[in-house]
Design a protein around this ligand. Sequence first.
Ligand code: FAD
Length: 342
Amino acid sequence: MPQSDVVVIGAGISGLAVAEALHRSGRTVTVLEARPRIGGRLLSDPLDLGASWFWDGEQRVRAMTDRFGIATFPQHIAGDAMIDERDRVHRYPGNPIDGPARRFAHGAASLTDALSGQLPEGTVLMGQPVVEVSDNLCVTTADASWQSQHVVIAVPPAVAVMTMRLPHALPTNLLAVCLRTPVWMGDTIKVVAMYDEPFWRADGLAGAAMSRVGPMHEMHDLSGPDGSPAAFFGFARASQPDGLDETDVCAQLARIFGPRAGFPQKLQIQDWSREQWTNPGSAKGYVPSAPDHSLFGHAVYQQPQLGSRLHWSSTETATHYAGHIEGALEAAERTVRDINTS
Ligand SMILES: Cc1cc2nc3c(=O)[nH]c(=O)nc-3n(C[C@H](O)[C@H](O)[C@H](O)COP(=O)(O)OP(=O)(O)OC[C@H]3O[C@@H](n4cnc5c(N)ncnc54)[C@H](O)[C@@H]3O)c2cc1C
C-alpha cells in the first residue's frame, strides 16, 4: 500500500495550499483529486468560470499573488449601471452594484497552478475520486488505497459526506452538520459572454446590471486588464430543470446592453449545480432546505478528529472569509498548523 505522511483529498485551492505548505516543511504528501483537473471552484478557460475577485483585507490571497508574482488588476467599475425591471430597463447613474475588487490577470486558476507547480511530480493524482476513509484512516479510490499519518478532507463537508464513506468512529452530530453545511455557490450558474471589444464602456456603462426578470440576476464586466478579451459575466440560479437556454441569455444581454450584446463571439455557461464534485446532491435528487450559512466555520470543523489525525479544510470550514478564496486559505493555514503541532 502506498504511504505518505499526509493524504489530502481534493486539489482545490485549500487542498493544494495544505499540500504545498506541508511539502515545504519536509512532509511527504499525496493529493487525490476526483476531477481530471486541479482547481475545483477556480476554473479559468480562459476567463473565470468560477471565482474571479478578491477584496481589500484578504491578506492571504494578496500574500500568495506577491509570492508567486501573479499579476492582478482592479475590477472595471467606472460608468453607469443598468437595472432590468419587469416593465422596463433603466440606466442608473453611477454604479451601486460593483464595489472595489481585484482580479487575477490570467484568471483565478493561476493561484492553483502556481501551488501545484511547487509540488514534486506525482504528488497530485487526478481522476481519483475517494470513495472511503476507513476507521484506521486508509483512503481508498477505485484504483488503490493509501495509508498515512494524517488525512485532510479538503472538499466541502456536504460533498465529503455525499461522496465518501467516512470513518464510523466520527461523531454522528459532525456528519449531520456536514450534510447541512451549504456548498458556497454550489447552486449557481455562471455565464460568460465574450466580444471583440468592450463596446459598453464607450457608452459610459460599467457593464454591471441587476435584474428582476432573469434568467441572470446580476451581471458584471469580466474583461481582461486592458479591456481585452472583452466580456460580461452573469450569475443565474439553477432552478430550470433543463438548465439555461442560450437564446434567453442572449435576449437578456441585448435587452440590457443593446443589440450588439445579443451576439457574443463566445458564450460559456458553467452550471456548478450540475458538477458532481461540487454539488453531488443535485445529481442524487437531494434537495437541501434553505441554506444555513451560519454553519460555515462551525466548531466541529476546528478540531481534528480521530486522535488529531483527520482534518477539515475547505472554505466552508473557515471562521473568517468562509466562501471566499481567502477562507479556503485560512482553513488551509489552520490545518497545516494542526498537523505541524501534532
Ligand atoms: C461561480 C462562482 C463564483 C465565485 N466567486 C468568487 C469570488 O469572486 N471570490 C472568491 O473569493 N470566491 C468566489 N467563489 C468561491 C471560491 O471559488 C471558493 O471559495 C474556493 O474556490 C473554494 O476552494 P476549496 O479548495 O475550499 O474547495 P473546492 O474548490 O470545491 O475544491 C474541492 C476539490 O475537491 C474535489 N473533490 C470533491 N469530492 C471529491 C472526492 N470524493 N474525492 C476526491 N476529490 C474530491 C473537487 O473536485 C475539488 O477539486 C466563487 C465560486 C463559484 C462557484
